[in-house]
Design a protein around this ligand. Structure first.
Ligand code: NAD
Length: 459
């Protein structure tokens, strides 16, 4: 398990062990034994599947490409998690991500377990035909262990609806006459995908921020002030002032979160910076986010990276270095690019008072501690970026019912689900000394532990 994920699961279990009102029937040695069982179950995957995909390339060379499907835990339902195509994919990373999926689904009450897949390739180095073959071979290698009621993959870094459509077609041809629509989510809409899936994660990311600062703080202001809690002080102070927002990453998650911020009427905020793999764009008066979204749509996903391109986009901005987005004088920083962006070596340069994790694990464990000690509010990945898996769940349901929801219905259901999680977690967060991340983990571990106990698995 990821060192940070593993560490937090262990400390969540330690906190729950001391809490006599949690699983009160377990006492003394029996209690200790049950918690040891829990730690073992949550820190190891149920199954690690590895295969070498034999692919004939267009130049007639034949290669063997390592591929994984890791099934972490299925206590709550079929395994669920994306398939990543990236040259750095390895067993430990995929296992960590699978564990995070188990906890994320438990936190948001999505009836799935946690899984993850990966193929060790840089997809930019393969032709469309070769990528198609890789997808088909992946499904053939793992077809016995995936399926609508066993394990449901989805897109992740390096994959999208095209790959899910190819994989679904291969699954269908291997298993004729059997249900196949729910075997993969994140498919294209014409192929049974859900409306709103593409926007779901970015919308959810911004929703968690808006709900915390607008809905929750406004409603609970006097209680928050009375708690004397450090995070409560930060939230109340920020809820009364105009906010400057910076967004790292302008892809699927970052661009949608930035658009949500740009259009939001409830929070007085403006997006002053966005960044991508090449540059940071900054304008203290606020950036024209719709124009930038339009530009990236027509330019292979990249923001304008020089004066000429900026002029072409019609957007007023200063071009800064790619990393500068992390250190700007802003109140809110949305991290929607990669893992390990804020670390021990750069954490002191970060000025934001609220950090929202759109990417998985963009803040390392060391940096997380430093920021928490300063009263910085971190809305963690497990809470903020679950929009994708929540709408994947709706896609899976729609595939079973063959009834499709409108985009408005999807977004209304998404907000309802995320709001329900936020309203459970936030009062605990502001009322006790734990970070928001720790609170989310405690909640997820409680949910899983209760079920494992009821199922007689804690021996
Ligand atoms: P994406 O590929 O669409 O966009 C990634 C963005 O990050 C691009 O703008 C890219 O230029 C930028 N980027 C790449 N390297 C960078 C660097 N070194 N510095 C700054 N920017 C850099 O990916 P996405 O779907 O938006 O996902 C972003 C993150 O969110 C990933 O870590 C992904 O695992 C995570 N995530 C995505 C979803 C989803 O539904 N898409 C769900 C949960 C988590």
């Amino acid at each position: 398990m990821a060192s940070q994920t593993g560490e937090i699961v262990q400390s969540s279990l330690a906190a729950l062990l001391e809490n006599d009102s949690f699983l009160p029937n377990l006492k003394g040695q029996t209690r200790k034994k049950a918690f040891t069982s829990l730690a073992a179950i949550l820190s190891t995957p149920n199954h690690v599947h590895k295969s070498f995909l034999r692919i004939s390339l267009e130049n007639e060379e034949v290669v063997r490409i390592p591929a994984y499907r890791i099934q972490h835990n299925n206590t709550l339902g079929p395994y669920k998690g994306g398939i990543r195509f990236h040259e750095n994919v390895n067993e430990s990373e995929v296992t960590n991500l699978a564990a995070l999926m188990t906890l994320k689904n438990a936190l948001h009450e999505v009836p799935f377990g946690g899984g993850k897949g990966g193929v060790v390739i840089n997809p930019r180095e393969y032709s469309v035909k070769e990528l198609h073959r890789i997808c088909q071979k992946y499904v053939r290698s793992f077809s016995d262990i995936i399926g609508p009621d066993k394990d449901i993959p989805a897109p992740d870094m390096g994959t999208g609806d095209r790959e899910m459509d190819w994989m679904t077609a291969e699954y269908k041809s291997i298993r004729p006459g059997q249900p196949y629509r729910g075997s993969f989510t994140g498919k294209s809409v014409v192929n049974g995908g859900s409306l709103g899936r593409r926007e779901a994660t970015g919308k959810g990311v911004y929703f968690t921020f808006r709900y915390l600062l607008h809905d929750f703080v406004k409603e609970e202001k006097s209680w928050l002030i009375s708690t004397g809690n450090n995070y409560a002080k930060t939230a109340v102070a920020l809820s009364d002032q105009p906010l400057r927002v910076a967004v790292q990453g302008f892809g699927n998650v970052g661009s949608i979160a930035a658009l949500e911020a740009y259009h939001c009427k409830q929070v007085h905020n403006k997006v002053v910076a966005v960044s991508d793999r090449n540059v940071t764009l900054y304008n203290s008066e606020g950036l024209d986010i719709p124009a930038l979204a339009d530009y990236t749509y027509h330019n292979q996903g990249d923001l304008p990276k020089n004066v000429e391109e900026l002029t072409k986009s019609g957007v007023k901005a200063t071009i800064l270095d790619r990393e500068d987005v992390l250190y700007l004088d802003v109140e809110v920083l949305i991290l929607a690019a990669l893992e390990d962006q804020i670390r021990k070596d750069n954490v002191e340069q970060v000025k934001a008072k609220i950090i929202v994790e759109g990417a998985n694990a963009p803040v390392t464990g060391d940096a997380d501690k430093v920021l928490n000690n300063k009263g910085v509010i971190i809305i963690p990945d497990i809470l903020a970026n679950a929009g994708g898996v929540i709408v994947s769940y709706f896609e899976w349901l729609q595939g079973r019912e063959t009834q499709f929801y409108s985009e408005e219905e999807v977004f209304a259901l998404l907000s309802e689900k995320m709001q329900s999680t936020m309203s459970t977690i936030l009062p605990q967060y502001f009322g006790d000394p734990y970070s928001l991340r720790q609170n989310c983990y405690i909640h997820a571990v409680m949910k899983l532990s209760n079920i494992l106990y009821r199922q007689g698995k804690l021996y």
